[in-house]
Write a protein that binds this ligand. Sequence first.
Ligand code: GSH
Length: 224
Amino acid sequence: MAGKPKLHYFNGRGRMESIRWLLASAGVEFEEKFIGTPEDLDKLKNDGSLMFQQVPMVEIDGMKLVQTRAILNYIATKYNLYGKDIKERALIDMYTEGMADLNEMIMVLPLCPPDQKDAKITLIRERTTDRYLPVFEKVLKSHGQDYLVGNKLSRADIHLVELLYYVEELDSSLLANFPLLKVISLTAFRREGSHFPPEVLTVGLRSHHCADLLGPGTPSRVSF
Ligand SMILES: N[C@@H](CCC(=O)N[C@@H](CS)C(=O)NCC(=O)O)C(=O)O
């Protein structure tokens, strides 16, 4: 039996977090090798493990995968979270890329120079409420199903829930006009469970009404 996937990244969300979410949702346990010092990163670079000298890197199925999107594509395909045909896959890709655009804006916010931060936050708010969330609310409303594509859990749903957590963290009022997304973002549970450590919160999500967003395996770590 193949060993657990091994995730090489810093001890933070960053570009690895969506990979953690996807694996956790597929019920796959994984190990994390945190890069704690510049020397740790140099070691990986020098031993040839990083194709482009960058992380995330995931050891899985005898490969050392790099490039976040390539890693996500592999996991989504392997665990059947990528639609039933190329049309569903195209939809999933479009939704996912839109989510990735907003996710990226939020992810790099801490790196923003202090004098530009307010303007960036204003832009994120606008993009969230005027460009990105309306798309997903409309999709859910239009077909009345629980999932974005094909009435079945796909990576698009998983990326969406992750994104909604970040939006909520930034400003929960941004979800005010998106009733269907509010349900999916598990706001109420999160409020009740906010004192739990992340692992418990993740387990708790499984018993929630959106439980099948997260599979039966216990992730080694998903941070919120
Ligand atoms: N396109 C790459 C970008 C990866 C990337 O920028 N990684 C950063 C950490 S988040 C890194 O490894 N920086 C170290 C370096 O470039 O030397 C991906 O999505 O994986």
